[in-house]
Write a protein that binds this ligand. Sequence first.
Ligand SMILES: Nc1ncnc2c1ncn2[C@@H]1O[C@H](COP(=O)(O)OP(=O)(O)O)[C@@H](O)[C@H]1O
Ligand SMILES: [Mg+2]
Length: 548
Amino acid sequence: MKVLRLFQKEAGVGSARFLILAALSGLSNAGILAIINLAASHVQDKEGNLVNLLLFGITIFVFVYTQRSLMVEVCHRVEQLVDRMRVRLIARARRAEFLELEDVGRAEIYSCLTRETLILSQAAPNLVIGIQSAILVIFTMIYMAFLSWTAFILSAACTIIGALVHISRNTQVKAELRESFEQENLLIESMSDMLEGFKEVKMSDARAHAIAQRIEAISHRVTRLRIRTQTTYATDFVFSQVTFFLLTGVMVFVVPAVSEAYTQVVVMTTTASLFMIGPVSNVVGSIPIFTNANSAAENIMRLQERLGRINGHKNGGVSSLADFKTIVLDGASFAHAPAGGDRPFTVGPIDLTIRRGQTIFITGGNGSGKTTFVRMLIGLYPNQGGTIRVDRATIGPFNIQDYRNLFSVIFSDNHLFAELYGQPAPDPVLVSELFELLEMQHKSRLENNRFSTTKLSGGQRKRLAMIAAILEARPICIFDEWAADQDPYFREKFYRVILPLLKEKGVTVIAITHDDAYFDVADLHVHMDTGRLKIIRGEEKALEMAPG
Ligand SMILES: Nc1ncnc2c1ncn2[C@@H]1O[C@H](COP(=O)(O)OP(=O)(O)O)[C@@H](O)[C@H]1O
Ligand SMILES: [Mg+2]
């Protein structure tokens, strides 16, 4: 079982100390039974029973100490394990490649980070009780064997039958749990679809109804699956109890009739068998929790594997490539995975030289591949064809993050962070200059590296994003249709004031644009058409046409 191996390897459950504690607590538990049985059969012997009373007290003390240490320690270690798993998941998610993350999807990451880890930590106390009850059952069995072989064989048979029933059901239950995990992820996905598109949902009753129906349908499916699994568990649980009731009945009604010698021990074996019902119920009762925890552990580990290996490369915020003179694309290309059976859309092969300090415009129709090209240029999409070189250095897996740190990007569907994460507090003079430049000084402020508000119009949010991008002070700024969200006044300001200012600061700017009135601002103007790049104006040497 994955969860047992996980708990054993990473939380030290199963270490010598753990096993000794569990054995001691199981032994003292069985000891209490033996002492009571012994004392009950010697009620007349007052003196002997005083010793028994003392033993009784000591055994209870051992039980309390070991049991408590065991449970506290296991919960402690398992919580720490869960914490480590969460941290590791976050680390892997953050180091995963963009396409890997897109491929996994948010729902699975959310559910692993929250529900699945919760299932693991909730399983910890049950794990202790389960293992420990199993030990107790074994000890009681040994005691039983000591009292009577007939009783021992009977109870061993019952236990084995119970275990076999569980094992035979396990494959089915596992498949059910896997399916409900997938369905629950669908549930999260549809629910966030509804919440993220709430404006649109609100504006159409028919849409709201259809989405709600879809979510309800998934919810019903999850419920049906859960009920089916729980019913299996409930049936198994009741049967295991009844088996032991029957066992005790057989010991009282049947065995004495066949075996003479048995009559002397009947009370003790019956007590032992009754005593076993509790622990056996614990073991059987913890099976569903185990199975759940096991599938949770599997889900988390599968996600970890899907998010790829953590690469050891660490980066600060400043790129060691920051002094670059040129970025050269040599036959670089990227193809989207073919969605819906179509031909994959391919950008490139592209040959282009970007010189430091240039202002570069990229134009082209909708869907011509401008955004895809830019994402490949900045290392968000892998370059699948030729090479990208920064001066002499070829960009590869070992320096890609360093390379990405060259760029400040405002994507067309950008996410505006309310806080300037990972940046030292900027110079307040520069901040107020930028707020004035973008005319946002009466709308928002930067306090403790956070924007006082980001609840603004689309164009204003893009202006805050511009402030954040300039404050990041990276050598290259990329704007994907930034001006499209601005009014004519701000569009003019963008091309006539902001871009020249960035040029003056030595910042290399790459802007995707449709505003032909301002093409003169660019040093280099390239045009995209169905994934091919063509130079319109600028250094002729900047572009050597791709072969073919
Ligand atoms: N995430 C994606 N997955 C698959 N194909 C995509 C994806 N994004 C864009 N495409 C494809 O790439 C083409 C170019 O898209 P894009 O680069 O966004 O164009 P542009 O920015 O020039 O409007 C689209 O026509 C589409 O077929
Ligand atoms: Mg685009």
